[in-house]
Design a protein around this ligand. Structure first.
Ligand code: LLP
Length: 427
């Protein structure tokens, strides 16, 4: 059933049943009673359905979907994607450690990021990862040295910066000239020629990622044209590229956003690849948000309501340390009561307990709520728990994964002891 006040991103797996907000077949109020709040709850089926859209898009192709685990790196979530056959896009030695902790295949891991350390390179080589996405000429040299010292050859792609505007928030645009990512388009062929001469490197592919929360097909089509131009130019120098990695970035519905469906987008992109004669190459992608974003909600309790001269405040027990996207990117996430009241709504700024004005979750929201009510912040599966902090010495929230009627606690609430364990007094 549709919410009477608002449409719910995440449907049909996140929906009201008999008036109670549920994730799959589990009522959120019961989970909040059992585990406390703030509480992240994820739908496994939503994740698998989102993955299936990509899998349909690549049917009959040689393709590898590498989940960009920065979106949500909780072990219980990683296990879902590992079991579904995904590889992983990692950006740190820590993320590699998480991949190994769930028993996933390191050969399906690609390592992105502009600032890989020598120690991380060594660790990744020892684990036998599939490919390094190298982001600069200087990194080529360092990786070559590290690989030679380890007596290995590192498989690499070079991440190109296609200078395409993904039309998203400036903080999450990555494929524009002014961004720190990738090697500039006009230096790419020279970088490939140089890489091919380095004895510690094995050039296997090309990589590109233009940004995040992209809701139109056109930036992708433009970037694909540019990458294919480069594949032609690079191969004209005698270097063979076995795979094309096209990054991630596909957006989700936060507030009526209508990104293209993954299968429809890939139909268009594959038509271009085939038309240029590169349909035989392995395709790789690195989706993060679109695989988990609308699979999750954050359940929070209303602590106080407070009338103000200019606005009313609704103070909830989740804060910017749990849900950093509004504070960081002025992002919009829907906030809905678990059980709607039948009274009249007032306009509230929904805020957390943290001691700064940047700690807001939603502005000017029409809500009919009282202290003690539970609300759900929607579209909270991506870039929430993975970006959570201990600011104000708040323990990080608990997480539950729902599969049908079964709910599993995949992360217990962080305790004060957990936080204090790594510290000690001076002298
Ligand atoms: N590959 C690379 C190299 C990336 O840098 C990213 C995201 C992805 C893949 C996955 O992108 P996705 O499919 O999730 O859009 N914290 C921000 C998003 C930062 C994205 C960083 N890179 C937010 O909350 O909007």
């Amino acid at each position: 059933m549709n919410d009477p006040l608002t449409r719910l991103p995440g449907q049909p797996h996140i929906a009201r049943r008999d008036g109670v907000l549920c994730v799959e077949n589990v009522a959120l109020d019961a989970l909040a009673r059992a585990h406390g709040t703030p509480l992240f709850v994820y739908s496994k089926q939503w994740m698998l359905d989102a993955l299936a859209a990509y899998q349909r898009g690549f049917e009959g192709r040689n393709a590898l979907i590498c989940y960009a685990m920065k979106a949500n790196s909780s072990l219980g979530v990683l296990r879902v994607f590992a079991e579904a056959g995904c590889g992983f896009d990692i950006v740190s030695g820590g993320e590699l450690g998480r991949v190994l902790a769930v028993g996933a295949d390191p050969a399906k891991v690609i390592f992105s990021g502009v600032g890989k350390t020598r120690a991380e390179m060594k660790q990744a080589l020892a684990a036998g990862i599939g490919c390094f996405n190298v982001e600069s000429e200087a990194e080529l040299e360092v990786l070559n040295e590290v690989a030679l010292a380890a007596g290995q050859r590192a498989r690499i792609s070079i991440r190109i910066n296609p200078n395409v505007d993904p039309k998203t928030h400036p903080y999450i645009s990555t494929g524009l000239k002014g961004n720190k990512f990738g090697v500039a388009h006009d230096r790419t062929v020279a970088a490939y020629q140089h890489a091919a001469r380095l004895p510690g490197l094995d050039v296997v592919g090309i990589d590109c990622h233009i940004g995040s929360q992209i809701t139109e097909a056109s930036p992708y089509l433009d970037a694909m044209d540019k990458i294919l131009d480069l594949v032609e130019a690079i191969e004209a120098t005698g270097i063979r590229l076995h795979h094309i990695d096209f990054g991630g970035g596909l957006g989700i519905d936060y507030n009526g956003d209508t990104p293209p469906a993954a299968d429809a987008l890939w139909k268009q992109l594959l038509a271009r690849i085939d038309a240029r004669g590169f349909g035989d190459r392995q395709l790789m992608i690195e989706p993060g948000r679109s695989l988990v974003g609308n699979a999750g909600v954050c359940v929070s309790e209303v602590l106080y309501t407070k009338p103000g001269d200019d606005k009313n405040f609704c103070i909830i027990d989740a804060a910017m340390n749990d849900l950093p996207r509004p504070a960081m990117y002025q992002a919009f996430q829907q906030i809905v009561p678990l059980q709607p009241r039948m009274g009249t709504a007032a306009l509230y700024d929904v805020v957390g307990p943290i001691c700064e004005s940047g700690d807001w979750i939603g502005r000017d929201r029409a809500l009919d709520v009282q202290a003690g009510d539970l609300v759900a912040v929607l579209s909270a599966g991506a870039y929430c728990m993975s970006m959570a902090s201990n600011y104000n010495t708040r323990g990080r929230a608990a997480e539950v994964l729902v599969n049908g009627g079964q709910a599993t606690l995949i992360r217990r609430r962080e305790t004060l002891d957990d936080q204090l364990r790594s510290e000690q007094l001076a002298g």
